[in-house]
Design a protein around this ligand. Structure first.
Ligand SMILES: Nc1ncnc2c1ncn2[C@@H]1O[C@H](COP(=O)(O)OP(=O)(O)OP(=O)(O)O)[C@@H](O)[C@H]1O
Length: 357
């Protein structure tokens, strides 16, 4: 069975030297703990350093500085075969000439495990993956999703302490991606293996993770559960990277301890105190499109876009020199405002989230 390992990343840094002798700091002094059995996604835009972090965890890159503790052992300078990790790759990386049985058992055969044990473990993993009927097929005789399941099985059979995923679903079509995402999560929960998963797909990160790590320019911006990241993003970058967000200006005009009074262009809302700002400070805050109420009238604005989406109605309105996105989630009940007309709305004070500078 899989061990549940704790992983600790301490002051991890990777600087590459390009062939023109320029220095590129791909990962810049990051700290992160993955608790035993946790599923953690590294999420961020292209070039933010997530793949480099994963490759350092796997041992394909040696850090410039810092530690990677798996259990209590610092593995930062060990080769991939000397650390307790297994990896699932984006392109499956199966041996094309080997059938599923041989692909899955390869790692165990290299380790020279007794034949009977290899057979027993392959059988168990094929059952777990519901792939018993595919044992004799070669990769070219399977769909992308089936190949990725074999690749996952091949990693799981090693019973290592940590499973690493490098964008494993990005070669699959949208529907299959969704299905495989659920499957990965179910199997990971079942075997309880600590997992680190790289993606730039925010929905994937939301659907899979116990904890999401948002990265930018080699640094960690925020670590939190999907709910924390969505509802309480620390800054405008995180707010706009996960879901859609309106960023507005306001001023703190009162402090009640746990809550503050926020003035938004003359309308006052009592909302949670999330930053160290003081009375008088001008602040930025975030509100999601679905957190407006279009049956109240705190604000009036001209509609610049109006689209019926079935389950909701999307508006863009122009106000305070900015464009806001508003989503009316019960369009059956409402009379729709068209482009050029005036829409009235208010903000849900519980959904206003003040951002760090
Ligand atoms: N071998 C290398 N030599 C020089 N620079 C590199 C090397 N590998 C990565 N980089 C740079 O390091 C930074 C981080 O790259 P990395 O591949 O980790 O990003 P990423 O977040 O995984 O991006 P993507 O989503 O595009 O894969 C980028 O600026 C990249 O150009």
């Amino acid at each position: 069975m899989n061990k549940k390992m704790k992983v600790e990343i301490k002051n991890l840094t990777k600087t590459f030297i390009t062939n023109k002798n320029d220095q590129v700091k791909a990962v810049d002094n990051i700290n992160l703990t993955i608790n035993p059995g946790e599923f953690v996604c590294l999420l961020g835009p292209s070039g933010c350093g997530k793949t480099t972090t994963l490759r350092m965890l796997a041992g394909f890159e040696i850090p410039t500085k810092g530690e990677i503790l798996i259990g209590n052992e610092n593995v930062a300078n060990l080769t991939p075969d000397k650390r307790d990790t297994a990896m699932v790759f984006q392109n499956y990386a199966l041996f094309p000439h080997m059938n599923v049985y041989d692909n899955i058992s390869y790692g165990l055969r290299i380790k020279k495990l007794p034949k009977a044990e290899v057979h027993e473990r392959v059988d168990r993993i094929l059952k777990l993956m519901k792939m018993e009927d595919f044992a004799q097929r070669v990769p070219s005789e399977m769909s992308g999703g089936q190949q990725q399941r074999v690749s996952l099985a091949r990693a799981l059979i090693m019973e290592s302490g940590v499973l690493l995923f490098d964008e494993p679903l990005s070669n699959l079509d949208a529907k299959l991606r969704l299905h495989m995402r659920d499957e990965i999560r179910k199997i990971q929960k079942e075997v309880g293996i600590s997992s680190i998963y790289v993606t730039h797909d925010q929905e994937e990160a939301m659907g899979l993770s116990d904890k999401i790590v948002i990265m930018k320019d080699g640094t960690i911006q925020q670590i939190g559960s999907p709910r924390e990241i969505y509802q309480k993003p620390i800054n405008a970058f995180v707010a706009q990277f996960i879901g859609r967000a309106n960023i507005l200006d306001g001023q703190i005009v009162g402090d009640k301890g746990d809550t503050v009074v926020l003035d938004v262009h003359g309308v006052q809302y009592v909302t949670e105190k999330t930053t160290k700002h003081k009375v008088g400070d001008k602040v930025q805050f975030m509100i999601r499109p679905e957190s407006f109420n279009t049956s109240e009238k705190d604000f009036k604005a001209e509609v610049t876009k109006s689209v019926f989406m079935g389950s909701h109605h999307e508006y863009e309105v122009s106000i305070f020199g900015k464009t806001f996105e508003i989503s009316e989630n019960n369009p059956m009940r409402k009379i729709t405002a068209d482009v050029g007309e005036i829409l009235s709305f208010s903000m849900d004070p519980n959904s206003i989230h003040i951002l760090e500078k």
